[in-house]
Write a protein that binds this ligand. Sequence first.
Ligand code: NAG
Ligand code: NAG
Length: 602
Amino acid sequence: MESEYVDFDDVLPYVGEFGTYHWLLFFGLAPASFNLALIYFVQFFITLTPDYWCAVEALKDAGLSAEERRNFSAVIELNSQGEEERSRCKIYDVDYVALMKAGVRTANTSWPSRDCQAWEYNLTTAGNYHSIVSELNWVCDKDWYATLAQSMFFIGAVFGGLLFGWAADRYGRVPAMVATNILAALASLLTALSTSLADFLVYRFLAGMTFDNIFVMMYVLVLEYVGPLRRTLVANLAIALFYMGATVALPWLAVWVANWRLLTALASVPMIVSCIAHWVLPESARWLLSQGRVEETIKILKSIANLNGRIIPPNMVQGLRRTALQELEDTKTKDLSASILDLFKTPRLRRITIAASVLWMLLSIVYDGHARNVANLPMDVFNAFTIASATELPADLLLIATLDRWGRRWLAFGTLVFSGFFSILTLAFPDDPLAVAVLAIIGRFCVNITYNIGLQYAAELLPTVVRAQGVAGVHIAGYVAALLSPVIVYMGSINKFIPLVVLGVAAVTGGCIALLLPETLHRDLPQTLADGEQFGKDQKFCYFPCIAEDTQPTHPLSLGEIGQQPSFIRHRSSLRASLRGETYRSSLIKHRREVIYLPMLD
Ligand SMILES: *[C@@H]1O[C@H](CO)[C@@H](O)[C@H](O)[C@H]1NC(C)=O
Ligand SMILES: CC(=O)N[C@H]1CO[C@H](CO)[C@@H](O)[C@@H]1O
């Protein structure tokens, strides 16, 4: 008997849901994770600012120690807390050679002062190597250059997201992934050659363009080949292991290499190596199907089955072929052109969309701000970075344990408010560096949990017909907002506590905004725009899934299952995907969701 309707998921078990081939894919995530960590964080380590002060050659020649030179030449200024401090940018405008000859060793505060033109750096305060900052003297009136370069990186991410998202829809995921790797390698190598602000900005813009598609394309490609039961392993374990491993190791690589040009040049190596993906990785079979390239899909599936020691029964192959062609016909005849603008046409849906976007924007700022703010923590930046990166694993585990019990809404509220609370609490310990560092790291831990909730929450709130586009829009809003975070962190140069307080306030605000959203746990996801408008209307403000009786006792329906039913909708969204690789995003979220639901279903 031939089955009527055979789709990709029906065939997958015959291909082998997790065989030899999938292990290869799993380990293929390792280079992708390294590349992501490198592209994102190398810039942090090549723009560190060591402790610095004005250089006065005459005093050095006279044999004074660094301490003595500084005390003698640096103008005394009041800092933001009203304490007296030795300026790092101004020296007394006097003839030091003559003074040394005359035996003068103490400064007179009534001397005139001037801005200095040369600086000395205490490299031990930042990894014992020169960064581009100390090499090109991006200090004093130029101390915002590194921040500007970081913002350029994010502007690049917005453009690159659009470009590569589009390219991946048009030309397939593997070519788009190889293109991101080539561009990232090129940008990393060029960065090593920078000699001025202008070229550094251009190269960091190019590097930014590959963030985070350099990872996401590989990730989704892998998930699409893995059966639902093993997605937990791939989705969470691979990221936790490889990405965390890379971020924990990176600071020490920087210290070991001890040369910023060499560090960014080395970062290009795994990216260049990843280009072999072009020859070894098959294109995503699901993508090929959505493009109507049925025969190629079948060929790939057969060879994977072969590698896994399986055989796909001929009737399944026939069924898949027929279903795929039929669906393609459907999409041609049906015109269902809902667009992202429809999200703003009705009041409730508009409110939900705006609240979800603002929440995601605040989250992006706070998450990214915390990741960067380690430079302001009163702790060795390399240790702080490693410890903070290591919190990501427990954050993910905690999330898996609670998300489907407590729901998205209150958990998002709780973790954000906690994050904000701990960040602001640092104010209570102005003189205890350890307490400040620990509180800041707890703040980061909390926001990492919310970030993961947010990833899934937006996708669940927006109706199926515009989900992919909507989620892409929300993510772009997040990238734009993340442009602010380097600026916030930069304010740490005025006062170390400002960034933490700003991040804290942003987190608490975000927490309150989360309460404006309806809970999605145990709910059928909205399908049409009308569903989206009605969604959660019956919920009271304090609705809490853990204690509330279920008003709608459906079993949790995942995005994946929703996708099963009206095939034209599923097809449509993959065919029309054009914004910021929305297919990848949405399928990424879809898989995450399935992962998290599995334990609940039995
Ligand atoms: C440089 O920094 C290290 C570590 O903070 C410190 O021990 C050392 O005294 C500093 N050297 C100078 C010359 O300031
Ligand atoms: C933004 C984000 O999700 N960051 C990290 C939070 O923790 C998980 C779990 O380890 C990491 O995978 C994420 O990269």
